[in-house]
Ligand binder design. Structure first.
Ligand SMILES: [Cu+2]
Length: 184
């Protein structure tokens, strides 16, 4: 033991022992290493479609991820590009799939909720200035715990979309809205 301590002390003299004081002149990358990543709700993958001339309604799609240990709830949505923005769900009414507004959307703890074609979605109404491909539509989402989260929906061409989009559209039932689907 004594021999080890001596060896270590000797090594320290050569500045090769363990736990040297952190050099004060590290770059900005040093700041991200020791601190735990901040865990918070995020909204990503926002998109919508270009609207044909005269159309006043449009759907909006995005993914809400809640990595925290507390459930949250989306309580309000808004956009400066529409007179009204609502949260819609698909519902089977007498064998016909229709959409209807819901007042809020629960976001489970350590969970994810996808708003996508064929399932849950945002619904713009009273769109006065058409959405054109390539632009970004600002949207604000208000959560009970996370507060207001602002995001943008990328406007895709009327034709096309994603393979997932086409698959969801082809699904006869509204299964596309199930949370926790494998990512793409
Ligand atoms: Cu709708």
């Amino acid at each position: 033991m004594r021999a080890f301590l001596f060896a270590c002390a000797a090594a320290l003299a050569l500045s090769a022992c363990s736990q040297p004081p952190a050099p004060p002149t590290m770059g900005p990358e040093a700041a991200s290493t020791p601190e735990p990543t901040r865990v918070q709700l995020t909204v990503t993958q926002g998109w919508t479609r270009a609207t044909p001339a005269g159309a006043q309604a449009a759907g909006g799609y995005l993914v809400i991820e809640n990595p925290t240990l507390e459930a949250d709830r989306l309580t309000a949505v808004s956009s400066p590009r529409a007179a009204a923005l609502e949260i819609h769900e698909m519902a089977d009414v007498g064998g016909v799939m229709t959409m209807r507004a819901i007042q809020g959307l629960d976001i489970p703890a350590t969970g994810q909720v996808s708003l996508q074609p064929g399932g849950l979605h945002l619904m713009f109404s009273g769109v006065t200035e058409p959405f054109t491909a390539g632009e970004a539509i600002p949207v604000a989402l208000t959560f009970q715990n996370a507060g207001v989260v602002e995001t943008v929906l990328e406007v895709r061409p009327i034709e096309g979309g994603t393979p997932a989009d086409a698959a969801a559209a082809a699904q006869p039932e509204g299964e596309a809205a199930v949370a926790g689907a494998p990512g793409q």
